[in-house]
Each structure stands twice: as C-alpha cells, then as structure tokens.
Design a protein around this ligand. Structure first.
Ligand SMILES: C[S@@+](CC[C@H](N)C(=O)[O-])C[C@H]1O[C@@H](n2cnc3c(N)ncnc32)[C@H](O)[C@@H]1O
Length: 225
C-alpha cells in the first residue's frame, strides 16, 4: 500500500504540471503573530517542518529571517527551491521525513514551526514519532508552533485507504474544479491533542482556536521544551 504522504506528492505534481501552485502564496497569520509575540531575532535559525511549496518559508526569508525549510515531498521541495532561487532568497530547503527518519542531518533549532503537517497524520503512532522527532530537533527552552485543522471539540480521521481517491477540488486561482487525490487528515479534540503533546515532553504554553483562510477552523499551540 502506498504511504499517505505520496498522495500529497501526486497532488503537487499534478497541480505543478498545470503551471499552478496548490497553496495560495500568502503567509500564515498565526505564524507571523507567533514570531512577533516572541520577538524572534532575524539572525536566529528557524526550522519549518512540512514547508510544502514554501509560502511561509519564502515569505520569512524575504523578511530576512534565517530559515531552513523541509518537507517529505520531492515535488514540494523542488518547487520551494525554485521559488527561492527566482527570488534570490537565502533559504535552505531539503527533503526529510519527520515520521520515519531520525533527523541525523539536522542540528537543533531554537525556533520550529509546522503548519498543517501534523493534521495529515491519521495514525497515533505516526503522530507520536513526528512529535518525538520535533522534540529532538528543538533546543532546550526552544519554542515550537503548531497550527492544525480542528475546532478542538470534535474528532475526525479520514480513512487512509481513501487518500488516493480522486475528488473534485476547486483551485483558488480560477475557481475551477481539478480532479485530485483526496490525501489524509486527522482532527483531534483539545484534551487529546494536549495529551499527545505532553506525552513526548513538550510544555504547552498557550493554545487557542482560529479561523484560517487556507485551513478554515484551526487549533494553534505554542510549545516549549
Ligand atoms: C497540508 S500540507 C502544508 C504545507 C505548508 N505547511 C503550507 O501550509 O502551505 C502538509 C505538508 O506536510 C508534508 N508532510 C507530510 N508528512 C510529512 C513528514 N512525515 N515529514 C515531513 N513533511 C511531511 C507534505 O508533503 C505536505 O507538503
């Protein structure tokens, strides 16, 4: 059986072949707020996990932040590198799997964020490995931001076997429907989300709900080690 993340790879490839990006090229407001609240200095290294096409990483690099952007998808990494090169950005991008591979090629970072990535993992065991890997690359007293789909009350898991089902998805640029693979998605309630975060050793500093232009209802968590 193919892996859940290969569905995303397929989706990126299809949409890039059409000369489009899957994500609207706008940064995540919750991320900008987190950087501002924490007064993150521009010369501090920041790691993004699951950067996709790099809408956040490239935006932050344009602002002068020192970003390392990573994703499991070759196609996403290629696109993120292309955009960085076209804009002459100083942005390091590479492929890595935050579920299965130990992050041996990564040093520890004081600031890490992952937007819409944990919510793709529907198995509790995969989510735990993902969180352990995040914990291991975070410096002591470092800060982590997670933004994922959910309202904090209801729980929902898509069936992984349906991740490759073709569904109609409207593209933001022309509002036309494109047939794309469905991918996977998990929504936790606050109690279980906090439990899984604390079980790997994170300190939960703050958590709240937002409505996000791209992911709609979101759960935002500020964490530290
Ligand atoms: C919903 S997309 C979000 C992309 C980007 N953060 C954004 O919001 O535009 C989730 C991303 O997580 C990546 N991803 C999924 N599993 C991953 C893993 N195990 N390690 C690293 N990245 C992963 C996918 O390839 C995909 O690009």
């Amino acid at each position: 059986m193919r892996k859940y993340y290969e569905a995303y790879e397929e989706r990126y490839q299809k949409i890039h072949e059409r000369g489009q990006l899957w994500f609207k090229n706008e940064p995540t407001p919750e991320l900008l707020e987190w950087l501002a609240i924490n007064k993150v200095p521009k010369d501090n290294e920041i790691l993004e996990v699951g950067c996709g096409e790099g809408r956040d990483a490239t935006h932050l690099a344009k602002l002068g932040y020192a970003i390392t952007a990573t994703d499991i998808s070759d196609e996403a990494v290629k696109m993120c590198e292309k955009i960085a090169k076209e804009n002459q950005l100083n942005l390091e991008v590479f492929k890595t799997d935050f579920v299965t591979s130990p992050q041996s090629n990564l040093h520890q970072f004081g600031w890490i964020y992952a937007i819409g990535t944990l919510h793709m993992l529907v198995d509790d065991a995969d989510r735990k490995l993902f969180l352990i890997n995040l914990f291991n690359v975070l410096k002591k007293e470092g800060k982590l931001l997670l933004v994922n789909k959910g309202d904090g009350k209801t729980e929902h898991n898509t069936d992984k076997r349906e991740a490759y089902n073709l569904v109609d998805r409207e593209h933001y640029s022309d509002h036309k429907n494109v047939k794309l693979v469905a991918t996977s998605f998990c929504k936790k309630n606050w109690e279980n989300h906090i439990k899984e975060l604390e079980s790997v050793g994170f300190k939960v500093l703050e958590y709240f709900n937002t409505i996000n232009d791209i992911y709609d209802e979101c759960m935002v968590v500020y964490l530290s080690k």
